[in-house]
Ligand binder design. Structure first.
Ligand code: SIN
Length: 293
């Protein structure tokens, strides 16, 4: 018999914990609908005690759309196949046999960790992944929480005049900012770079969300460099205000499913030199657009 499923909100703006569902088992269509609708309402949903295999995590992601292969996972997997070459251990890597999964890893030798700076995932893509499902399998003794911020709340807190102005703008999101330089898996590789609206209309809810991030956004197209720098600096500070956020404290086998179209997140690396390990799948998305409301 199915257990009762409960959805408990964490804050007024963002985040809910769902209990009473075992995500390692095949899901019924009503369970998928319930999770989707909780995600639309709360933007990020959390689950506890979800022990599962990587194949089960891939199956879970598949209920919500086609899975997306992350450029870092792809590059690491390709490097591992070349004779005599192994991809360097980095804060994210591919997992042999599971191209859809990225492994997130930090330990006493780490120089950086995944997602330390506010972002939505891979917004440098033409069609960035709509959602990501992360399961942490090894937590540090303390710390390693993740913050999630509602980009609806960040947009709605701005004055009407600022909202109108931002709705007329587009910005460049450049993968080189993250995946190039010392993080490069392959220095000859072209990383995605795309222009997206500064305010994105969510294709399901129709709500407007601020869509620039410290990690990926380099320039507002319609403004001069100094105007763009000033406006982006203001927006990056604004979207980090704690009142738009919830904070998730992981336990082993906790899982978070966030909607990259209206949420940014930031991982807290306050647990060095301890180890933290997780596995993430991403679901493909559509091209961001802005539609006046
Ligand atoms: C990420 O997905 O950016 C990392 C999140 C985390 O490790 O908590």
């Amino acid at each position: 018999m199915n257990k009762t499923i409960n959805i408990d909100k964490l804050t007024p703006h963002i985040g809910a914990e769902i209990t009473g569902i075992d995500l390692s088992k095949p899901l019924e269509p009503e369970q998928v609908k319930l999770i989707e609708s909780a995600l639309m309402e709360n933007q990020v949903v959390f689950f506890r005690d979800q022990e599962m295999t990587l194949a089960e995590q891939v199956r879970l992601g598949g209920y919500f759309g086609k899975l997306y292969t992350h450029p870092a996972a792809q590059a690491a997997t390709t490097a591992n196949k070349e004779p005599g070459k192994t991809a360097p251990i980095r804060y994210v890597s591919g997992v042999e046999g599971y191209p859809e999964i990225i492994k997130i890893y930090a330990d006493a030798n780490s120089e950086q960790v995944a997602g330390e700076v506010w972002h939505a995932d891979v917004t440098s893509e033409t069609e960035p992944p709509m959602g990501s499902i992360l399961r942490i399998t090894q937590i540090p003794p303390l710390g390693g929480d993740t913050l999630f911020a509602s980009m609806y709340a960040a947009f709605e807190a701005l004055s009407k005049d600022m909202q109108r102005f931002l709705c007329s703008l587009t910005a460049i999101h450049d993968g080189i900012k993250v995946y190039g330089g010392r993080n490069a898996y392959d220095s000859t590789r072209q990383y995605p770079r795309n222009e997206h609206p500064v305010v994105r209309t969510h294709p399901v809810t129709g709500r407007q969300a601020l869509y620039v991030s410290t990690t990926f956004t380099t320039k507002i197209v319609q403004l001069s460099q100094s105007e763009s720098d000033a406006l982006l600096a203001f927006l990056f500070r604004h979207l980090e205000l704690p009142m738009f956020q919830c904070r998730f404290r992981w336990r082993n086998n906790s899982m978070a499913f966030w909607d990259n179209r209206c949420v940014q997140h930031q991982a807290q690396w306050d647990y060095f030199p301890h180890t933290r390990i997780g596995y993430r799948v991403q679901i493909t998305g559509d091209r961001p657009f802005h539609k006046s409301s």
